[in-house]
Design a protein around this ligand. Structure first.
Ligand code: BDR
Ligand code: CA
Length: 317
């Protein structure tokens, strides 16, 4: 029987994607499938990272599917420098016998949603390529899903575009168009909000203390240390923005943010990937833009859940 509390996640793992996955695995929800997309790094590395993370976390087999290795038009540009050559900074993952599904990420999205009409939560923390392809295969996805949460876009002054949307703006356009006019609009966690949710060395130390030593906490510390350094080298401070973990938390509990309905336009020409939100109400809305969050509440939740998971998983090992 299909799980009622079920989430399907599409990631380009990525340090903060990895933390989002760990948060989901630590939560009281069934992760029914993981779609991998290129973006931060190549799709093959993303697949390896997803399988290795499942091994590290010691969870039962969760289907991991390979998705797009190119955007809808053209090719990805350079890999993101934020995550390191293998995507997880200084962290190592254990070897694993786990294998990818025989079907691809498009099929995984469609089958997961069809199997649980009205029940499945969708979460995308990478480019929207796989979801756009899934929508082409199953245009009813907006009604089949219970809700969709996207980490993507930016709705402040600067910068004008955000990575996940910028690397495949055509996919984002197709996704927003598909949801236009639907009752359950995708909740969009943009950069202007997720940058307010900054992990610091103090917060990381709180997590490590609450969890106690374990290979999982070692992995998190090694990954986040790199993320601190990559933020610092770009003038953002010795912090690490929790873009994707916030989106994961919102997927499970949308009340963590306040949101406003808007019509989002994605620039496909001049400033490719620039996202503009029209809140006037004069056009059909296609998104709920998350506009406010309590970062301290998020970190309390994240630490409590991940620390309890780490203690439970590694207590007897
Ligand atoms: C987004 O870009 C990626 O590098 C992160 O994983 C996150 O999903 C932030 O712009
Ligand atoms: Ca990501």
């Amino acid at each position: 029987m299909a799980a009622v509390n079920a989430v399907f996640v599409d990631v380009d793992t990525g340090i903060d994607d990895a933390l989002a996955l760990i948060f989901l695995l630590a939560s009281d929800i069934d992760v029914v499938g993981i779609a991998s997309t290129g973006g931060n790094i190549s799709v093959d590395q993303v697949c390896a990272n997803n399988l290795g993370l499942l091994e590290l976390c010691g969870v039962p087999d969760i289907p991991v599917s390979k998705g797009a290795d190119d955007p809808l038009h053209g090719q990805w540009g350079e890999s993101s420098k934020f995550h390191g050559p293998k995507g997880l900074g200084y962290a190592d993952l254990p070897a694993t016998d786990r294998r990818l599904t025989r079907y691809d990420a498009t099929t995984a999205w469609v089958e997961a949603a069809r199997a649980r009409p009205g029940e499945l939560i969708g979460l995308v923390t990478g480019p929207l390529t796989n979801l756009a392809l899934a929508l082409r295969a199953e245009p009813a996805l907006p009604t089949l899903l219970r809700r969709l949460v996207i980490m993507g876009g930016t709705f402040g002054e600067q910068p004008v575009s955000e990575w996940n949307i910028r690397v495949d703006p055509e996919a984002a356009t197709e996704v927003f168009a598909a949801w236009a006019g639907h009752q359950e609009l995708p909740v969009v966690c943009g950069l202007q909000l997720t940058r307010r949710v900054a992990m610091t060395p103090e917060i990381l130390a709180r997590l490590a203390t609450a969890a106690g030593p374990s290979p999982l906490i070692t992995m998190i510390k090694d990954a986040v240390r790199f993320y601190f350094e990559s933020h610092e080298s770009r003038g953002l401070g010795y912090v690490a923005f929790m873009h994707d973990p916030l989106a994961a938390a919102v997927a499970l509990d949308p009340q963590l943010v306040s949101a406003r309905a808007a019509t989002v336009d994605v620039d496909l020409t001049g400033a490719r990937g620039r996202t503009v939100a029209d809140y006037s109400g004069s056009r059909e809305p296609n998104a709920q833009i998350a506009v406010d969050v309590d970062p301290a509440a998020f970190f309390d939740l994240f630490i409590e859940r991940v620390a309890a998971f780490a203690r439970k998983k590694f207590a007897s090992r």
